[in-house]
Design a protein around this ligand. Structure first.
Ligand SMILES: [Zn+2]
Length: 96
């Protein structure tokens, strides 16, 4: 059997994931751990017009922060996740 050495799997720059990284916090500073720890998002409270999320430290399981998501933000986030906008960015050509 011939081993497939060349797959053409080169590393590609991840440009589209930057928007989602800004939306969710991956790590927050924990007072108990004295360091920036990865956090776990937990739905804490559901209100008619917004939802409150609690961030728990994965090291000591203590709350290190919270975030409120309004109904409008939630709808926009769900819409963005459900459908991928294929709208091309406007390109301006510079004339020399
Ligand atoms: Zn901690």
């Amino acid at each position: 059997m011939a081993s497939t050495g060349r797959m053409g799997n080169m590393s590609q720059p991840k440009q589209q994931q930057q928007q989602f990284e800004n939306f969710t916090a991956s790590s927050l500073y924990c007072d108990k751990c004295k360091a920036a720890m990865p956090v776990r998002e937990r739905l804490l409270l559901i209100l008619p017009d917004k939802e409150v999320y609690d961030y728990l430290c994965t090291g000591c399981a203590s709350s290190v922060g919270s975030r409120e998501v309004t109904a409008g933000e939630k709808m926009m986030a769900q819409a963005a996740a459900a459908r991928r906008p294929r709208r091309a960015a406007p390109v301006q050509r510079l004339r020399l």
